[in-house]
Design a protein around this ligand. Structure first.
Ligand code: FAD
Length: 420
């Protein structure tokens, strides 16, 4: 009998996992209460970067010294809702400690690089199969700095990137100008990573992957997974709001909402939402040719299919708190300052704002692998800042685990039990 796999969550990770499971010849059911590729998912509104150089975890040595300054700055990239602090404090401590020494950061980078290397090519292939090849572009990504000095201040991180195989081209002010003529002149130095790519519309991309999975025979069920029925350590069914779905295997790919599901199969993981925002200006007067990341804004800028998007900010406030649209306003204002060709004020109807939940583990690495309670329930969540780029290889890993094969890359570092 064909193995029946339930994929819980239809974000980028669930979509890629579903397609790879179908490739293995399994019967696949995709479970999500919401529209695939919809605004509820982090995969909808992210920064669109397919960045094989995203191997440095968010917490690096010395961050703790900068945190008070970030928090005191109302326009800064980091915010914590103070009412949420007691709840999140253990996660924050783990977060800072996991990047305490550069040796730890290098170990993380070595573990993450195989997960993201070559990702633009993998995504291009997935998109092609789903009939949306035009949504993936592979023309490089550029980090922009006021001067070389700001790049030098990030030297350690770039050295580690170099050690794990990332290569780049330095752009002086003229070269940067040639590549990005609309960019404000205060940026006089760039780092171009040619292996980088981007997705023009992550929401549409995920929707297309799921639609393609359906044409290949997957069933899409609009329901919420609530738990599992196990017998003797083997999976019997996924419990949903409306009953049970009998199955042989399940993949937890519910992004930031995966924590209770992981707990239901014995893994109490420190998964937290690093909330982020975007602001997207429709019909922009300028058209950057690459994805850009300004060092002073800590955000990504991308000319998407729908407008000029800037995405970023880290807000620690949990899944339930109301959005603080001021955070999106900060992004929009920084975007305006990057491109003098944009009007000083933009009509509100031209600006779309969005809040999303990065599914973040404190050490910047996902949880990938079998659960404690059953080899039939596989974890595939916790990709934090890099879940779009990492989704494609995650799908391959999930398929190998379902088939009982060795995964295509080492995944020991991603074991959900690493926190005890
Ligand atoms: C501002 C911002 C910028 C970012 N920029 C980038 C970037 O440039 N590049 C990059 O690689 N990554 C980026 N990320 C991170 C990336 O978006 C996420 O890591 C990634 O989208 C996570 O994908 P996912 O499939 O795990 O989760 P999601 O996309 O969140 O999907 C989870 C799905 O699970 C469903 N679900 C929830 N609970 C249940 C349940 N109980 N049962 C069934 N279904 C359920 C939800 O409805 C949702 O559809 C960014 C994130 C943010 C917020």
């Amino acid at each position: 009998m064909t193995k029946h796999v339930v994929i819980i969550g239809a974000g980028a990770v669930g979509a890629a996992s579903a397609l790879e499971a179908l490739r293995e010849g399994y019967r696949v059911t995709i479970l999500d209460p919401a529209t695939p590729g919809g605004e509820q998912a982090a995969s909808y509104g992210n920064g669109c970067w397919l960045s094989p150089m995203s191997v440095i975890p968010p917490a690096v040595p010395g961050l703790w010294r900068k945190v008070p300054k970030f928090l005191a700055d109302p326009l800064g990239p980091l915010a914590i809702r103070w009412s949420y602090l007691p709840k999140v404090a253990p996660w924050l401590i783990r977060y800072l400690r996991s990047g305490w020494r550069w040796e730890q950061v290098e170990a993380t980078a070595r573990a993450l690089r195989p997960l993201v290397v070559d990702a633009p090519r993998l995504h291009a292939a997935l998109a092609e199969q789903a009939g949306v090849g035009h949504l993936i572009e592979r023309r490089g990504l550029i980090y922009i700095y006021p001067s070389r000095a700001e790049f030098e201040s990030e030297k350690m991180a770039w050295e580690i990137r170099h050690k794990v195989g990332v290569r780049w081209i330095e752009l002086n002010a003229d070269e940067l100008r040639q590549r990005e003529p609309d960019l404000d002149r205060r940026y006089g130095f760039g780092i171009m990573v040619e292996e980088g790519g981007h997705c023009l519309d992550p929401g549409a991309y995920v929707a297309a992957l799921i639609a393609h999975a359906e044409t290949l025979g997957a069933a899409l069920v609009r329901d919420r997974a609530e738990g599992f029925r196990l017998a003797g350590g083997r999976l019997v069914a996924v419990r949903t709001g409306q009953g049970e779905i009998a199955c042989d295997a399940a993949v937890i790919a519910a992004g930031a909402y995966s924590k209770p599901l992981a707990r239901a199969v014995g893994d109490d993981v420190p998964l937290e939402s690093e909330r982020g925002y975007h602001a997207e200006i429709s019909a922009p007067e300028v058209a950057p040719r690459h994805g850009l990341m300004p060092s002073d804004g800590k955000m990504s800028i991308m000319h998407t299919a729908n407008g000029l998007r800037c995405a970023g900010q880290v807000e620690i406030a949990g899944l339930a708190a109301a959005p603080n649209w001021q955070r999106a306003e900060i992004l929009k204002n920084h975007l305006l300052s990057c491109f003098p060709g944009l009007p000083k004020t933009i009509a509100p109807e031209r600006v779309k704002v969005w809040l999303g939940h990065r599914p973040s583990m404190p050490d910047g690495m996902p949880c990938l692998g079998p659960s404690r309670a059953s080899p039939d329930v596989i974890h595939a969540f916790g990709h934090g800042h890099t879940g779009l780029v990492a989704a494609a290889r995650t799908g391959e890993i999930v398929a190998a685990l379902l088939a009982g094969r060795a995964p295509p890359i080492p995944i020991d570092a991603f074991d959900s039990r690493r926190f005890g």
